[in-house]
Write a protein that binds this ligand. Structure first.
Ligand SMILES: [Zn+2]
Length: 274
């Protein structure tokens, strides 16, 4: 089993990198990538545990970016990155600051709406990493929402339309490439909001340095998969896939459930030359 898209509690996942590796090992995983949002803090721990289980661990990250062609954030996956590279660290620090600013604004609006949730409450939910999810959890913990759905609704109301963070997409791709990594467009159907990414749009991303497309993901149906695999083939790009496991819905229910083949892994490795 190969899974190239997972999240730990170093972003908005529930479990530690060690727990993810353990669960992957129990499922017969041979290659795993940890791809936390805007963070590589869990990679060293994941690597250490992967060695114990004879799993090949790929250092990964999922970078939040802004692309002027789409109205929502575009996620770019980075694989085989040098987690200590200054360009990567600099970019991730910018995104962490941007996210914090967004969360502070959300807290401010929640307070105006009569829900007294502070950044301290949010950080208390997960001291390792800030996330929108922790805002929802804080709303629940403070008793302002009876359940997750209620908290999510209050959060969405407080998240001002157009309130976004993330470095420009070309900056993210360049930083991943500088750090020796392979830059891959994550789950294109989510980014494109149901529309297909066109060949012309893909060409723009390739000129920025994009090297792959995620073609297997819970959000990608079989028709999209065929479309994006053909596009990747046409442009000689790598194809990747993974569960996007966060661990919140009943533990590791998704881990390893996307069919990621050795051929796909080889196409990714070929892009990084490793
Ligand atoms: Zn993800």
């Amino acid at each position: 089993m190969i899974d190239l898209h997972t999240h730990s509690y170093f972003s908005d996942g529930r479990f530690s990198p060690a727990q993810i590796v353990q669960a992957a090992a129990e499922r017969g995983c041979t290659t795993l990538a940890l791809t936390d949002h805007d963070s590589v803090s869990g990679v060293t721990e994941a690597e250490a545990h992967a060695r114990l289980h004879h799993i090949t661990l790929i250092s990964g990250v999922e970078v939040t970016t802004q692309w002027d062609r789409v109205p929502i954030e575009t996620d770019i996956l980075g694989y085989y990155v040098d987690v200590d590279h200054p360009a990567l660290k600099h970019m991730l620090a910018k995104n962490t600051a941007g996210l914090r600013h967004c969360v502070e604004s959300v807290c401010g609006r929640l307070q105006q709406n009569g829900y007294d949730v502070t950044i301290v409450d949010v950080e208390a939910q997960n001291p390792r990493a800030i996330s929108y999810l922790s805002v929802i959890h804080a709303l629940q913990m403070r008793g302002f929402a009876p359940d997750y759905a209620g908290g999510a609704e209050l959060f969405q109301n407080a998240l001002e339309a157009g309130s976004r963070f993330g470095v420009p997409i070309q900056e993210a791709i360049a930083a991943i490439r500088s750090a020796g990594g392979v830059a891959v467009l994550a789950h294109p159907p989510l980014t494109m909001n149901g529309e297909h990414l066109t060949a012309d749009e893909l060409q723009i991303l390739i000129e920025m340095g994009l090297q792959g497309i995620e073609t297997r993901h819970p959000s990608i149906n079989s028709e999209d998969q065929i479309y994006y695999e053909a596009l990747a083939h046409q442009f000689g790009l790598a194809t990747t896939g993974g569960s996007d496991e966060h661990g919140w819905r009943g533990g590791f229910t998704a881990l390893g459930t996307q069919h990621v083949t050795q051929v796909m892994l080889d196409s990714l490795r070929a892009q990084c030359g490793c």
